[in-house]
Structure formats: C-alpha cells, structure tokens
Design a protein around this ligand. Structure first.
Ligand code: XMP
Length: 517
C-alpha cells in the first residue's frame, strides 16, 4: 500500500500481556504497526523493510531453557530497535551484558532519573520527580553490555534504559506502553519519530484500506459466511468483508429467541441501510426447546453454542462451497499470545460462535483481532456507521438466556425483556447510556414478598447491572445517580407484571463477572 510503504514498525511478541498495548500506542501515534511472533525469520523482516522494530516484554527469563530469542542478525540490519523489559534483557544477554536473575518481581511505580536526555528522552526534563514509570519485571540488568551506554536509572534499577554507542539499538526496563508510565507516550514518540524517522500518517482510513486488501488477498474468489448480531464488532467485520468481497459474504442473523425487546427488527432495519447480504434465520423455536428444563449456566451456553453451529451448518450447506468464516474477534477475546501458539490462538470459550471453525473446517477471517473496542468504534465511524449502532452496548451471544437465572421459559423471557427495555430507555433518556460499558437487567430465580395496593404480592426480583469498563477484562459498577436508579426501579415495579423488587448489583469484576452466568 502506498500510504504506509516503508513506514511500518514491527512489534515482535515475546508473550507479554501488553504487546497489544504497544501496538495500540504506535497506532495512536499514527504509525502503522504489525505484531509478529518473536521468531519471524530475519529475511522476512528484511522483505517487509520496517522503519523500526520493538521487542516486547514477556514472562520468560533469558536463562530459561528454550527461552524465546532472536537471531543476532537482527541487530545488523541497521533498523532501529527498541527492547522493552524482556526485550531489554534479551538485548543485554545477546550482547554479553549481565542480567541478574531475580526471585522477586519488581511490580509497580518507580521514579526514573534520566542520565542521557537525547534520543529516547528527547525533550524531557531530567527531573525525576516528574517521571513516574511502571515496572513489571523479575530479572534486571546490573552491568551494561559492552558498547552500551546507560540512559536512565531508578532506585532499584541501575540500568533502567540504555542505548548502543554506534548502532540504533535502545532498550528500557519499564513499560512505556501502559498509562501509568507518564512519559510513555513521549518515549515511544521519540523512538518512532526521532529515531526511526516515521511519518505520522496512519489512521483508521488507512486501516480500512489495508484490511480490505488483506481480506481480498486471503479470501481470493472463495465464499465466506459470518454471524451478524447487530453489535458493533460483527457489523464492522461484515462491512469490511463486504467491501472486500461483496456478496460473496453472507451475513447470517440468527434470531435465537433470546434477543432483547424489538432487537431483531431494529438490527435488520440497520443492516438494510448498508445493503449487506444478510440472511435472517428465525431459529427461536429450536433454541427454546433445546433450553427447556436446562438450569445450569454452562449447559445453557453449550446448548446455545450447539444451536448456532447447527444453524450455520445448514446455512453453509444452503449457500454451498463456503471456505471462510468472518468473526468479529477483538484483542480481549484472544486469550493467548499468538507467538507461542501459532496462528490458531485459543478464542474465549464463550465466544458466540466458538467451536464453529473446527466443526465445519472453516478458515477464520478476523480483521479486528488486534484492536480494542474503542478502536473498532473508530473504524465503524470511518465506515459511516450511525452513532446509534457504533455505541451500542455489547450483548452476549447467548443473549437473555444467561440473564435469566434458572430455566429459560417464554414467560420469564417476556418479564426480562420488558424490564430490560425500561433500563435501556432510562439510560438513554438520562444521557448515561453513552457513558457506561454495559447496562441491563437480570431476572433472579427467587420470589419475594411485597405489597401492591392493599394486596400482598409474591413476585420476581430483577437485578440491574451497569458497569464501567475499558475492555470487559475488568469492570466496576457504575455509580449511577440515585434518582435515576429510583426511576428505573419504580418503572419496572409499576410497569412489568410479575416483578415486585429491584436490586442494584454493586460487584466489580473481578471477582464477579459482568454477566451473572
Ligand atoms: P463476563 O461476564 O465474562 O463478560 O465478565 C465480559 C464481556 O463479554 C460478554 N459476554 C459474551 N459475549 N458471548 C459473547 O459474545 C458470550 O457467551 C458472552 N459471555 C459474556 C459480556 O456481555 C461482557 O461484555
């Protein structure tokens, strides 16, 4: 692609939890970036011709047997290299410096004293009081390798940053990619712009162009199917694939009978605007009869997962000759780092069409697997999706089934749909909907005593769950204003027949999860 040719930066992944964050920060600096396994061959790197290479952190010690490493040839390419944490230890080890094995991890904030204010620390004052950095490492560097110069230290880390005297090789012990490292953005920007000479020209438009070209190359003239739920991830995925291969993509919208009030109609109306090749399958009877008598949460998920697989198998047979499956997998859905597992990384078992690729022997196309949710929303904006769709809260594949504790029966689905619709209405009317990650109602499997008019009632309890989160990996309950909670509660109790009590869930994740099942 002309817009990024010769501008990219490669992140070599040594298995750190924050590898994707490094890539994200590089993208935020508007530089194109790709993550590759640490063992990508050097000649492949030469072919790509990146402007810079970042070696990520990782859980290993350089002294571990089979510890991940790189070819020393990498350092002779003349391409600027930045090692982060394990990346730094590896550089030290390969250049014969001294990495001290440690039994204890240093984890948390540290103050950085800058000793060399050029290069990586360009433009930063040497005053350590302003430089909080985040450390998370076991081993550390005690003696510089030959031909390296120390650039910074902290109280517990004599070499917190270093550079080679003549080669463009830099390394830091702290994590510039995490938000707690106040100077992190500056350090990365200095690497990208001062050292690598990158241009800040990458944006979501380039992402869209590039991704469409990648999908075209991958899918060729094949046929591809995808599940579309009307959520932002699956819709953005479908739009990208549609732009790449047009109507060779069939997006399947499965009504499993577990959707929110008016969901199927709303979503189909949305999708119509985009002229996608959407196939609507009403499988609600099949799902509900499969769920009959099932109370156990895992069993519910299994029944629903299998239901999706059956529907997809039938649809694929109907379409014929399908080789690919498009999935809106995001980075937080990818549990394991790609580097140690190869390209078929494990997907969260609860992903709504999990199991499908193996059963049907389909190749996965996952254009969003390196992105975070807010980045996907930006891609959606780039693709012209309406705000209403872009900012929809996530909704799980198993739908209301995992929000009805106990058996899922039509009467209880009806109660939950009504209560849930009130929650959403009030969240939207008060302007809170856009400020939170998710908001919904849960129907509990107990009844409590109440008084309605002069009558005793014995009815259901609804719990309200509203959470703040960045990526659903952690979450906290939202401190909604009391009058909003009061309005939601009053309306549910007054308007939803069969409910006489409303509770607010004040648990964080962890240790609770966002969904109740
Ligand atoms: P938990 O409950 O694990 O949820 O804290 C984290 C996020 O994932 C959503 N979720 C699911 N999404 N299929 C999905 O597509 C599922 O089976 C599923 N279970 C949970 C949940 O709504 C939250 O956003």
């Amino acid at each position: 692609m002309t817009d990024i040719h010769g501008q990219e930066v490669l992140v070599l992944d040594f298995g750190s939890q924050t590898t994707q964050l490094i890539a994200r920060r590089v993208r935020e600096a508007r530089v194109y970036c790709e993550i590759h396994p640490y063992n990508i061959p050097v000649d492949k790197i030469e072919q790509i011709g990146p402007r810079g290479i970042i070696l990520s952190g990782g859980p290993a010690s350089v002294y571990d047997e089979g510890a991940p490493t790189v070819s020393p040839l990498l350092f002779g390419l003349g391409i600027p290299i930045l090692g982060i944490c394990y990346g730094m230890q590896l550089i030290t080890y390969l250049f014969k410096g001294k990495v001290e094995r440690s039994q204890q991890r240093e984890y948390g904030p540290a103050r950085l004293s800058i000793d060399d204010p050029d290069g990586l620390f360009h433009g930063l004052t040497p005053d350590p009081a302003t430089h909080q950095v985040w450390m998370s490492h076991g081993d550390k560097i005690n003696a510089l390798p030959r031909d390296f110069i120390g650039m910074a230290h902290s109280e517990s880390c004599p070499v917190a940053a270093m550079r080679h005297k003549t080669l463009p090789i830099f390394a830091v012990q702290f994590h510039p990619e995490v938000v707690h490292t106040e100077i992190g953005r500056d350090v990365l920007s200095n690497f990208l712009f001062q050292i690598c000479g990158c241009m800040p020209s990458w944006d979501m438009r380039s992402f869209v162009k590039r991704t469409i070209a990648d999908i075209q190359a991958r899918v060729g003239s094949g046929r591809i199917i995808g599940a579309i739920s009307g959520g932002v991830d699956s819709t953005v995925t479908a739009l990208l694939v549609d732009r790449a291969v047009g109507h060779r993509l069939t997006s399947i919208f499965v009504d499993n009978g577990l959707l929110r009030k008016g969901e199927a109609e709303t979503v189909l109306a949305f999708l119509k605007q985009f002229h996608l090749n959407v196939h609507y399958v009403d499988a609600s009877k099949r799902f509900l009869s499969g769920l009959s008598g099932v109370k156990d949460p895992e069993k519910k998920r299994k029944v629903i997962g299998e239901g999706f697989i059956r529907v997809f198998e039938e649809e694929a047979r109907r379409i014929g000759d399908v080789r690919f499956l498009a999935q809106g997998t995001l980075y937080p859905d990818v549990i394991e780092s790609v580097s140690f597992r190869g390209p078929s990384a494990t997907i969260k078992s609860h992903h709504n069409v999990g199991g499908l690729p193996e059963v049907m022997q389909l190749e996965l196309v996952e254009p969003l697997r390196e992105l975070f949710k807010d980045e996907v929303r930006k891609v959606g904006q780039e693709l012209g999706m309406p705000e209403e769709l872009i900012f929809r809260h996530p909704f799980p594949g198993p739908g209301l089934a995992i929000r009805i504790l106990g058996e899922v029966i039509p009467e209880r689905l009806e109660i939950l749909r009504e209560a849930d619709a009130i929650v959403l209405e009030e969240m939207k009317a008060s302007g809170w909907y856009r400020r939170v990650w998710q908001s919904f109602a849960v129907l509990l499997p107990i009844k409590t005593v109440g008084v309605m008019g002069d009558e005793r009632s014995y009815d259901n309890v609804v719990a309200i769950r509203v959470v703040d989160s960045l990526d659903a990996m952690t979450a906290d309950w939202t401190r909604l204003p009391a009058d909003l909670l009061a309005r939601i509660s009053n309306r549910i109790i007054n308007e939803v027949v069969g409910v006489n009590r409303v509770c607010y869930d004040i648990s964080s994740k962890p240790p609770a999860t966002i969904e109740w099942e």
